[in-house]
Structures are given as structure tokens and as C-alpha cells.
Design a protein around this ligand. Structure first.
Ligand code: DHB
Ligand code: FE
Length: 279
């Protein structure tokens, strides 16, 4: 049976994609952000996972406000990142894993999570930035990818608790997949940020650090925040934290925190990077 061996988190700020493409890893402005990743690369190199389930939100590339699924799972053979500006070079296609995708889809549907199934899916920065940070360019990546998209953009968005439970269902689905593969689950986005309106630029470091602490040992506390509380404390786009809760739900039970990094001065967002290992 397959096994989720750990969870990763990363912000998916588009300017990181630009810095990544320009290889600004040692640049003084970017170094505090990128320095969190070598220890994670080392862990991935030792554990050698076969599959990455990447929980992200689409920002208008594959879905738009006119049609916005709450939960969507990719079941394609490959996933392409399409141009979002910044003059970033084309990066090729991420390899999919339709067999495991369909298993997860079947299992979560049986648990009454009515997901949209995507046999074609363009993936935006929400997916491609963290995937590259962890696994490099798509053709270098040693994992097969399963994109799981949750609406954080068009209200009503699913509650933190619903996303936590959705993650738990994904975790159970992986555990009943017939191969002996190792799976890593990624929660992307966040932490606090608000990109528009009168609170544009809003960041709440205290709340972010509390989330990074509680996601380890007390995710239920965070899962019981209301959407309004989350938006008030983390900003309108900080609601992307529900993606982290889905990741944590999939880990089930106890985890060990192997790495944590928090860095603000990039773009408009508190960027949290974590490596959690399943006990
Ligand atoms: C930024 C953050 C996001 O999560 C996003 O989707 C777009 C932009 C930012 O901080 O600039
Ligand atoms: Fe975002």
C-alpha cells in the first residue's frame, strides 16, 4: 500500500518563480527565502518519494470566476504551466499519474467529496512555483505529480474544517492505493497577505507564526477557525491557509517538524516553509 511520508509547505508567490528562473538563490534579497530549501532537498534525496500531491489554488488560469469548482483533482498524463507574465521562460510539462489520481478521486467521492475531475489542466504559479522549489524544473523532477485544486478565490470558499477533512480523505485514499509508493503532500500558498482593497499590503506575522506552531500538534484548533476569522487575521488572500490544512489533514496523526522558516520581505506575503515528517 502507498504511504504519505511527509508534508511540505511553501508560499507560491509569483515573484519567486521569476527569481527562481533567474537563479537568484544567493542574492541578498532572496537568500533568506531560498536558504530553507537545501535541507528539504537533502531530505527528499534521502527519502526518495515517488509521488507529489500538490494542494494549491488556481488564480484564474485554468478556472475563472465564471466557473469555479470548490475541489478539483487533476487526472492528466501531464500538466503545463502557462505564461503568467514576468517574462519567465517556458518550463515544460509536469508528469502526471492518472492511475493514482483516479483512485483518489474514486475514494474521496465515496466519502461524499464531490470533486471536479480534470483530464486536462493548466497549472499556474500556485502549483508550479512550489513544485519547482522542491523538485526543480519539470523535466528534472523525480516524482509524478497530482494537482489538487481548492477554491480560495471566489466566495463562498470551503471552510477550514471542510478542507482539513478533505485532506484526511485524501490521506485514506493514498493509504489504500495498491502500489508501495512513497508520497509527499504539499500545502502551498499563504501565509498572511492581502493584495487588494483598503487592507492591501496587510501582513500578520503573529498570526502566521501561531499557524506554523499549531499546524504541527494542534491542527484541529486551526481547522475550527471560521472563514471570516481567517480572512480577518490573515488577509483576503491569506485564506490560502486552507490549503495547508488540507495538507495537514492528509498526514493524519502525529508529525515531527524537521524544518521551519518564515520570511517576510518578499512581495506582499509572509512566506512560510515547513517540512513535516509523518510519525
Ligand atoms: C502574491 C501572493 C500570492 O499568493 C499570489 O497568488 C499572487 C501574488 C504576492 O505576494 O505578490
Ligand atoms: Fe496565491
Amino acid at each position: 500500500m502507498s504511504k504519505i511520508i511527509g508534508g511540505l509547505t511553501s508560499s507560491h508567490i509569483p515573484s519567486v518563480g521569476s527569481a527562481y528562473a533567474r537563479e537568484l538563490f544567493e542574492d541578498p534579497y532572496w537568500k533568506p527565502f531560498f536558504s530553507a530549501f537545501p535541507p528539504i532537498h537533502q531530505w527528499l534525496g534521502e527519502k526518495k518519494p515517488d509521488v507529489a500531491i500538490v494542494i494549491y489554488n488556481d488564480h484564474g488560469l485554468n478556472f475563472f470566476l465564471d466557473k469555479m469548482p470548490t475541489f478539483a483533482i487533476g487526472a492528466a498524463f501531464e500538466y503545463e504551466n502557462q505564461d503568467e507574465g514576468w517574462g519567465i521562460p517556458t518550463i515544460g510539462k509536469f508528469k502526471g499519474y492518472p492511475e493514482m489520481s483516479w483512485h483518489i478521486i474514486n475514494e474521496v467521492m465515496a466519502e461524499e467529496f464531490d470533486v471536479t475531475t480534470c483530464q486536462e489542466m493548466a497549472v499556474d504559479h500556485g502549483f508550479s512555483v512550489p513544485s519547482q522549489l522542491f523538485w526543480g524544473k519539470p523535466d528534472e523532477a523525480l516524482v509524478k505529480f497530482i494537482p489538487v485544486c481548492i477554491n480560495t478565490v471566489q466566495h463562498p470558499i470551503p471552510t477550514p474544517l471542510r478542507c482539513y477533512k478533505f485532506g484526511q480523505a485524501i490521506g485514506r485514499a493514498v493509504a489504500s492505493f495498491q502500489t508501495d509508493e512513497k508520497v509527499v503532500i504539499v500545502g502551498t500558498g499563504g501565509l498572511s497577505h492581502q493584495l487588494d482593497g483598503t487592507r492591501a499590503g496587510f501582513i500578520n506575522k503573529k498570526f502566521d507564526l501561531m499557524c506554523m506552531e499549531k499546524i504541527v500538534d494542534d491542527p484541529e484548533y486551526l481547522a475550527h477557525l471560521t472563514t471570516h476569522e481567517l480572512v480577518r487575521e490573515a488577509g483576503a488572500q491569506g485564506a490560502e491557509f486552507i490549503l495547508w490544512l488540507a495538507m495537514r489533514g492528509a498526514l493524519q496523526g502525529r508529525v515531527t517538524k524537521l524544518l521551519e522558516s518564515y520570511h517576510i520581505p518578499i512581495s506582499n506575503t509572509g512566506a512560510g516553509t515547513m517540512l513535516l515528517e509523518n510519525v
